[in-house]
Design a protein around this ligand. Structure first.
Ligand SMILES: [Zn+2]
Length: 264
């Protein structure tokens, strides 16, 4: 059995400091230990470029490129950023725009610039006909409204934290739902309920490494191979096998991110 980690930040500086051998060793260890594929996620122009470089080093690693809501104040000219982003997305291993969205947890980034970048990147996704990866932290209503504004754009809500009802609404709109290590947390009643209602053909798994380490590794640095614990918990909730979750989530990732041309 192997699993597809659809959301990891393997180029994060923490791996150079805390993982012997750094990012490259981390990825090759994970690919040898139960991980079939990884999508490495960009959050700004700089690490979107790094993501593409990583994807070219490893056949089974793909890149997403995008501006995270927490990074929007780094830039002065949104038009210029969109031009550079579009340039990066021409790369054959750039498979999605992400992560983009809204984060209302910290109040130091005003909503307005977050909205501007979110909307511009949604319209870029529409123009390029490429899937998006959405970060929605404490912004469920506004994220749903944005998705509804772009009915042609499809993608995934990563590390889903909404209700089962919201999951079903997104599914109806054609979206995928991805669960991270948070579903393994003992008190995570809502994600545990939500992962039960998502139809088989819309479910994805991820780690969000180096963040959100699953039980029994909470407090440690996360890594793609720990996606196993998330798949195992989802299997428990859905009363099926981890092998089955591995199989369907891999097929779903392949379909959503148009990976048919790649070796699997
Ligand atoms: Zn992330």
């Amino acid at each position: 059995m192997t699993l597809f980690d659809t959301h990891a930040h393997c180029d994060d500086k923490r791996y150079e400091l805390e993982y012997e051998g750094g990012t490259d060793k981390l990825i090759s260890d994970c690919l040898e230990n139960g991980i079939s594929n990884i999508i490495n996620i960009g959050t700004c122009l700089e690490n979107s470029k790094a993501s593409i470089e990583l994807a070219h080093k490893f056949e089974n690693v793909y890149a997403s490129c995008g501006i995270h809501p927490s990074d929007v104040l780094t830039y002065e000219n949104v038009d210029e950023v969109m031009r550079e982003l579009e340039e990066l997305l021409r790369d054959e291993k750039a498979v999605a725009i992400g992560e983009i969205g809204l984060d209302y947890h910290y109040e130091d980034i005003p909503k307005e610039p977050q909205m501007i970048y979110f909307e511009r990147q949604m319209s870029l996704a529409q123009k390029l006909n490429i899937p998006v990866i959405i970060h929605d932290r404490e912004a469920h209503g506004d994220c749903l409204d944005m998705v509804k504004k772009f009915p042609k754009v499809k993608g995934v809500f990563h590390s889903f934290s909404g209700s089962p009802e919201m999951a079903l609404e997104l599914v109806k709109l054609g979206w995928y739902i991805s669960f991270s290590g948070t579903v393994t947390f003992k008190n995570a009643r809502v994600p545990k309920e939500a992962c039960k209602v998502v139809p088989e053909d819309r479910l994805l798994v991820e780690t969000d490494s180096p963040y959100l380490s699953p039980t029994p590794h909470r407090g440690e640095i996360n890594m793609p191979s720990y996606v196993f614990f998330t798949a195992e918990e989802i299997a428990r909730q859905r009363e099926t096998t981890t092998e089955h979750i591995a199989k369907i989530t891999k097929e779903n990732a392949k379909r959503l991110f148009n990976l048919n041309n790649f070796v699997f």
